[in-house]
Design a protein around this ligand. Sequence first.
Ligand code: AMP
Length: 148
Amino acid sequence: MRCADSFLIIINVKLFHVSSAGNDFNFASFFFSTMGKTIFQKICDKEIPADIVYEDDQVLAFRDASPQAPTHVLMVPRKSIPRVNEAKDEDKLLLGHLLLKAAEVARGLGLGENGFRLVINNGQDGGESVPHLHCHILGGRSLQWPPG
Ligand code: AMP
């Protein structure tokens, strides 16, 4: 058996295992989590530039490259969790920290008085496009509900 054959078999076993567990399978997520870094991981590691507005040892916040509101910032954990649906009990403190810091960043950007929206997209129907958990901080205009 050639090396490439055994690699494909390993991929197939992993695919079967994930879909048989009843979870949505996202090839992009699988690929990036096993084979490389997401774009947000590269931003956390300072391998690509971003307009960073806050960082500490657990999270990083930077302006969205395609803003959907006058203020649009993304808050990401440094730990590479693909999406909230895959967060574990052990991530409880990290996710609490992320939310509290998102509100702190929103206040720091002047959104405290008029309000803001925090959004976490999860999976295909949720509109997720980057498989690295992130919380959108949106504000600076009146946001509509329900979302499209
Ligand atoms: P989502 O659709 O919830 O996965 O959100 C991903 C967000 O990441 C989108 O709003 C994109 O505009 C934003 N985005 C993608 N690449 C970058 C980047 N290099 N720097 C800043 N924001 C980015």
